[in-house]
Design a protein around this ligand. Structure first.
Ligand code: SF4
Length: 456
């Protein structure tokens, strides 16, 4: 092969991370050598995000940055894949002549074959052995730390929220058959994964297209039966398919993290209707109250938006009041972004971006006080935590870790010390589970001391 060294930059969400992992698994199986630093690569792949304006700009900036390596480094080919490329193929190919290959969001095995045909000089693919796992008929190479991984259970979305470009990019929901997911999860567990994070654009609607009804609870039970898996977490659930049965299933199984991410986006009926959000404000209140009453250890995460067209100060204050009276442990918030091709972008009463920013500030300041209060309430409690890294500073050794209550890559961490005047007696490594007691709280992070060194 003319060029073999491949470097990839994966932008956007965890679903895109899985796409990048499939690309890398397929390329490795054709004999390409994967290099961690794109600056050392002969072939650079930028897997882009095209969700909102800021993410699109970030993708363009990254493409331009990587193109520089064709002038300054060993790079010979630049490939752009993913959501931005899927959404704007013609515009990008006109504006970015430095890109050699554009690919969308589908069929990454074919992408790998295409790249191979571009660089092979009649060579026969000779697979490089790397620990790939089967993923929907493709090979996937995990890019997260070896003890944790994402499991994407469906792609695309049928909800058609009026502000969202994802259905325009990824199409309607396509759930992965349960037996394939269980096989993928089992292979991940065999490869050393103990923490599995279940993702999709809308996880709680999983299976409606395949089985005629939501099947997330059934899938979680099957995943929980995989012996070597320890923590199974759910992100990106959709309010109207989060049921008491699903909550009870998660509460009653020790492997299923008492943690759920339910983006609500807003709470006033007027805003939910304009956003075309399915399910009512009443259902959101009921399911949050049900969780708080029946599953007190549950951690609730959500996402909200400010400045959606037509949002009044009353709507905003209603959302603030809701988050005060029904506190979430974790809140991600962003201002509305007018995306071309979406109904909301054509709506009247577009909100002044400065007003949207001011409302975002107010909301995040409220959430900081909520987060600190809820974190303080955890002081003194004991947890099993997963070690992510080990370090030391002027105060000695520490572990950066997470309990079931902290999702990877999006939530705070727990910094663990050996205890006053003590040292860690045993070698604790990333991926190890140890027992700790919370000793202090910050806005988003916690401090803890080790209480049991025996790996749990
Ligand atoms: S649920 Fe709404 S916001 Fe989320 S991916 Fe689907 S259409 Fe987009």
């Amino acid at each position: 092969m003319k060029y073999t060294k491949v470097g990839a930059v994966s932008l956007g969400c965890s679903k895109n991370t899985v796409d990048t992992e499939i690309m890398l698994g397929e390329l490795a199986s054709l004999g390409f050598e994967l290099v961690p630093d794109p600056g050392q690569a002969e072939i650079i792949i930028v897997n882009t995000c095209g969700f909102i304006t800021s993410a699109k700009q970030d993708s363009l900036d990254t493409i331009i940055e990587m193109a520089e390596y064709k002038k300054t480094g060993p790079a010979k080919l630049l490939c752009v894949t993913g959501c931005l490329s899927q959404r704007y193929p013609r515009e990008l190919s006109e504006e970015l002549p430095e890109v050699d290959l554009f690919w969308g969001v589908r069929d990454y095995p074919a992408f790998a074959q295409k790249l191979f045909s571009l660089v092979s000089e009649g060579d026969v693919p000779s697979a490089k052995w790397l620990p790939t796992v089967p993923c929907c008929g493709a090979k996937r190479l995990i890019s997260t730390p070896p003890y944790r991984a994402y499991l994407r259970i469906a792609d695309g979305c049928d909800n058609r929220c009026t502000y969202c470009a994802i259905p325009l990019i990824r199409g309607g929901r396509v759930s992965v058959p349960m037996e394939k997911l269980v096989a993928e999860a089992a292979a991940l567990a065999e490869s050393g994964v103990t923490e599995l994070t279940v993702i999709a654009q809308d996880t709680s609607a999983y299976g409606i297209d395949l089985y005629g009804k939501p099947m997330l609870a059934e899938l979680l039970k099957k995943l929980s039966a995989i012996e070597k898996l320890r923590w199974i977490r759910v992100l990106y659930a959709y309010p109207n398919t989060v049921t008491e049965e699903l909550v009870d299933t998660m509460r009653d199984d020790p492997k299923l993290c008492n943690y759920i991410d339910i983006p609500i986006q807003h709470i006033t009926p007027r805003m939910l209707t304009r956003m075309n959000r399915h399910g009512s404000a009443e259902h959101i209140r009921e399911i949050v109250d049900y969780i708080r009453r029946n599953a007190p250890d549950f951690i609730l995460r959500t996402t909200v938006m400010t400045g959606f067209p037509g949002e009044t100060e009353e709507d905003h204050q209603e959302l603030m009041k809701f988050l005060r009276l029904h506190p979430f442990d974790r809140v991600g918030a962003f201002t509305y972004s007018a995306e071309d091709g979406t109904p909301a972008a054509e709506m009247p009463e577009q909100v002044d971006p400065e007003v949207a920013e001011r409302r975002l500030d107010e909301l995040m300041r409220l959430q900081q006080s909520v987060s600190l209060r809820l974190n303080r309430a955890r002081v003194g409690r004991e947890y099993t935590v997963l070690t992510e890294s080990v370090g030391s500073d002027g105060r000695g050794e520490y572990l950066i870790s997470r309990s079931y209550a902290e999702a990877p890559d999006v939530d705070g961490v727990i910094r663990v010390r050996p205890g006053e005047g003590k040292r860690f007696n045993k070698l604790i490594l990333p991926g190890d589970y140890v027992k700790v007691r919370i000793t202090g709280a910050q806005l988003y992070d916690l401090n803890a001391e080790l209480i049991q060194e025996e790996k749990q």
